[in-house]
Design a protein around this ligand. Structure first.
Ligand code: CO
Length: 358
């Protein structure tokens, strides 16, 4: 039997949408929320879904970025393969052997990022040869430039890993691509749907932002348009519970929604962090408060709009972010929706004053 949220997570994870090519994700959000939110878009491509509550203020902006990290064709080589540049950050050594989908003029085209066979390398199994992004290429089966044109692949064709969604049976983990930030998009969609026929003492703007992975460009425009009183940045944030990274393995899949206390791009509003933690405690929702050494979110830009916007980052933790496939926990997802739902039900003008009194 399918879980309650499995369909939306599957749809959003499999949607094609590297930075600058977010159309499929935008359409899904529009379809899901259009019947009870006022949906508009701005001229950079953000989609803005306004859900009116009992009061015009406070104005709460939820920001979930629609783009995933991907690639764009830079040139077609004489051998029919294509060199490319990345859209967002990838580790070069993760790329060879990745099966990808190119969105060509004539529809999806399958390909693979070529790797040097171990037979041709001196080191054999001892480690990969040193690689640069410039040396990598995608092979989609064309024999030469002319043939590539016949595939509809050309300079500017975007592509992403081809990874289908699955539940890892019989558990509660989902495998898929682009959890950063389709998990956040799904949290936004499902929480707004839950508020559909309910009172809330505020007005919520659910914003799907564009181009986060190339520098939070959509967020600048969204914040200046919405002019929110506060903003909650919804993310799919990396876990470090199975990998050796910097610092302690303290971000765990299955331990509940992540409330971020620090990353280099933003110090959140401390009252908002406290309120989220308190909301979680009151409603018995597991959660993890995290300090990050690296990384950043749309909060980087949103916090700086106008007189300043109190922001906080709320995330579904995902393993293996910015690679071809990652894992999230169904329970974490449900708990993130639950926490955001109660926060939105309770955040009124009085709480707004608490957040903004210094
Ligand atoms: Co992200």
């Amino acid at each position: 039997m399918k879980g309650k949220f499995e369909e939306i997570l599957s749809k959003l994870s499999e949607a094609f949408g590297p930075s600058g090519f977010e159309d499929e994700v935008r359409n899904i959000i529009r379809d899901e929320l259009g019947s009870f939110c006022t949906v508009s878009h701005d001229l950079i491509g953000n989609v803005i879904c306004r859900k009116a509550g009992a009061s015009d203020s406070p104005k709460i902006m939820l920001a979930a970025h629609m783009d995933e990290v991907g690639f764009i064709v830079q040139s077609i080589r004489a051998d029919g393969c294509a060199s490319f540049v990345t859209l967002g950050s990838w580790r070069v050594s993760d790329l060879p052997g990745t099966v990808v989908t190119l969105m060509s003029d004539s529809g999806p085209v399958r390909g693979v990022i070529g790797s040097v066979p171990v037979h041709f390398t001196r080191q054999k199994q001892s480690g990969p040869p040193s690689m640069t992004l410039e040396s990598l290429f995608v092979d989609f089966g064309a024999n030469d430039r002319e043939a590539a044109a016949g595939f509809g692949v050309k300079v500017g064709t975007p592509f992403v890993p081809e990874t289908s969604f699955s539940r890892l049976v019989p558990g509660e983990r989902f495998l898929g691509k682009a959890w950063d930030d389709r998990a956040g998009c799904a949290v936004m969609v499902e929480t707004l749907k839950r508020l559909r026929d309910e009172d809330h003492p505020n007005t919520v703007f659910g914003v799907g932002t564009v181009q986060e992975e190339v520098g939070s460009r959509g967020a600048v425009v969204a914040a200046s348009l919405v002019k929110p009183d506060i903003s909650i940045i919804l993310e799919g944030s990396p876990a470090n519970d199975t990998v050796q990274g910097e610092g302690a393995a303290d971000i765990r899949v299955g331990d509940g929604p992540q409330i971020r206390f620090y990353d280099p791009s933003m110090l959140p509003n401390r009252s908002l962090v406290e309120m989220l933690v308190k909301t979680a405690e009151t409603h018995g929702i597991p959660h993890q408060v995290v300090v990050r050494r690296t990384g950043g979110t749309d909060g980087r830009q949103v916090q700086l709009e106008g007189a300043g916007v109190p922001c906080v980052v709320l995330s579904v933790v995902c393993r293996y972010a910015h690679s071809a496939a990652g894992l999230i926990s169904e329970k974490d997802f449900e708990n993130t929706v639950e926490l955001l739902y109660w926060f939105l039900k309770e955040f009124d003008e009085e709480r707004q004053r608490e957040v903004t009194s210094f």
